[in-house]
Ligand binder design. Structure first.
Ligand SMILES: Cc1ncc(COP(=O)(O)O)c(C=O)c1O
Length: 490
């Protein structure tokens, strides 16, 4: 039985009740003949997307942007870890689906039935993308990784005494939702910024049987390091914990499978955002086991999650609907599923090879620049996605990043990238010192410059970036000296 049918059947009693009572609700509604209602296929020849032609199908790469001197030219966008531009096929898929858009799970019209079918069936496509078996897992939609991890935390944490294990490499999205709800312990990173796996094992053993969830990022948004999440899964499971993986920085960069080589290595929960995989329309997903999700509910209430409400009782549906209160973001889901299709077609082997080539060129070029500091291991670079963060000893990073954008036409990111404890460690800033930055702004806040690659970036862009960066060094050094607020090396 397909998941769409299974979902449909799970939602049937509620649908029946809602319809017979004619009250507004959002149960998983019926499907009708898809052939009757699907938007017309275009007669255009089918395109095969590859790493060599994908740039032609990314929206806005040639859009001119005004620089400080009044000239206009297309940006070099090296800020893809923050967000990615839309793929044209994702944009087109949304436009096409909008012609047949109707209420999801609530209507009787051809449009409503069509949209409901697409929405329900999309869950299978998402689960297939991450190697999750639908007999064990389900998928619910969220707005982003932050939203997904908060929803999970609100559902899974049962008491302030619960114990979560995470790492000092995490983005705040995989730290604060837990920190604000219960006890959290952190595995350390080493001098190069890699997670110390033995520290995870030590913490699990010292707290034998007490850690409920191990929460870890699949790839760092600061150094690009890829975590061996299946190794972490094995450790977590051996000590009675489940594993939750923040997939924000892996989904568009490496083939990811929730399935390990053995069942102990399987990932329990996986969370990601569509805007980091070329579909910036507000989509995201959480994949997790039915069995666990059905025992919990997020603290997020409204329509669509109930079977029936009486004056004094609420009868909730099971997952995934119980995790999706309110009207769904259909466009976000359509774009995300199309982006996944395109990424698969381009191929993760080709994406990996491409990123490694760009990383190598960039790191080799950076090393030649006077006073550069590259964070993380710059010799063994194979365990990194396309993310490289750096600084210059005597240049304020805020000044340099602003010049890169405003006179060089190159978008990078500058700051501590919502991963403060990790960035302080890499920069050698103590916890006590970090507290003194509470009210600092701009140039007084410590930060790094981050380059992060997308599938459409080119080696020529890296060459251009290195040239522009090199040309800006003297000027930025001088501006740093002359600007009272600028802290060199920050
Ligand atoms: C590793 C990691 N986790 C979580 C997030 C949060 O993602 P979002 O802003 O899409 O919620 C980010 C965003 O940069 C990230 O890099």
């Amino acid at each position: 039985m397909s998941k769409a049918t299974k979902n449909f059947l799970r939602g049937l009693p509620a649908l029946f009740l809602c319809c017979s009572l004619t009250v507004g609700c959002t149960s998983a509604a019926s499907s009708s003949s898809k052939q009757d209602t699907a938007p017309e296929e275009s007669a255009e020849p089918e395109i095969k997307y590859t790493i060599d032609n994908i740039r032609d199908y990314v929206v806005g790469v040639d859009e001119p942007v005004e620089l400080d001197d009044g000239t206009k030219r297309p940006l070099i966008n090296f800020d893809n870890a923050a967000t990615t531009p839309p793929l044209k096929p994702a944009q087109d898929a949304i436009e096409k689906e909008m012609k047949m858009y109707g209420s999801i799970g609530r209507g009787f019209s051809g449009k409503s039935n069509h949209s409901t079918d697409v929405y329900v069936e999309s869950r299978d496509a998402v689960m297939e993308f991450v190697g999750a078996n639908p007999s064990t897992y389900t998928c619910f939609y969220v707005n982003s990784t932050t939203d997904g991890l908060n929803k999970l935390a609100s559902a899974l944490v049962e008491s302030k005494d619960d114990l979560i294990l995470t790492t000092r490499m995490e983005h705040h999205a995989d730290d604060l939702p837990w920190r604000e709800r219960c006890n959290v312990i952190y595995a350390e990173v080493d001098d190069q910024g890699r997670i110390i796996y033995d520290d995870i094992e030590r913490l699990l053993a010292e707290n034998e049987g007490k850690v409920k969830y191990v929460c870890v990022t699949a790839a760092s948004n600061v150094t690009g390091y890829i975590t061996d999440v299946h190794r972490v899964a094995k450790m977590a499971h051996a000590h009675g914990a489940k594993i939750i993986v923040d997939g924000a920085q892996i989904v568009a960069h490496r083939k990811f499978s929730m399935k390990g080589e053995t069942p102990e290595e399987d990932i329990d929960f996986f969370v990601f955002s569509a805007h980091k995989m070329y579909s910036p329309y507000g989509g995201g997903a959480v994949i997790g086991p039915w069995e666990i999700l059905d025992q919990h509910m997020p603290t997020f209430y409204g329509g669509g999650i109930v079977k029936i409400v009486t004056d004094d009782d609420v009868y909730y549906k099971s997952s995934p609907e119980s995790y999706e209160a309110g009207s769904p973001n259909y466009a976000g889901v359509v774009g995300m599923v199309k982006a996944m299709e395109v990424l698969k077609e381009v191929g993760f082997d080709a994406i990996e090879e491409h990123e490694k080539r760009l990383n190598k060129k960039l790191i080799e070029g950076l090393k030649k620049l006077d006073g550069v500091i590259i964070y993380g291991d710059s010799e063994n670079i194979d365990d990194r996605v396309g993310v490289v963060s750096f600084n210059f000893e005597d240049i304020n990073s805020y000044i340099m990043a602003a010049k890169l954008a405003q006179s060089g036409g190159i978008a990078t990111r500058r700051g501590a990238f919502c991963a403060h404890p990790y960035v302080w460690r890499l920069m050698g800033i103590s916890n006590e010192e970090a507290k003194t930055f509470e009210n600092c702004i701009d140039m007084k806040t410590p930060g790094m410059i981050r380059v992060s690659f997308g599938i459409y970036n080119t080696e020529e862009e890296v060459d251009e970036f290195l040239k522009v960066l090199g040309n800006l060094i003297d000027e930025s050094r001088e501006t740093t000296k002359l600007t009272a607020d600028a802290v060199p090396g920050y």
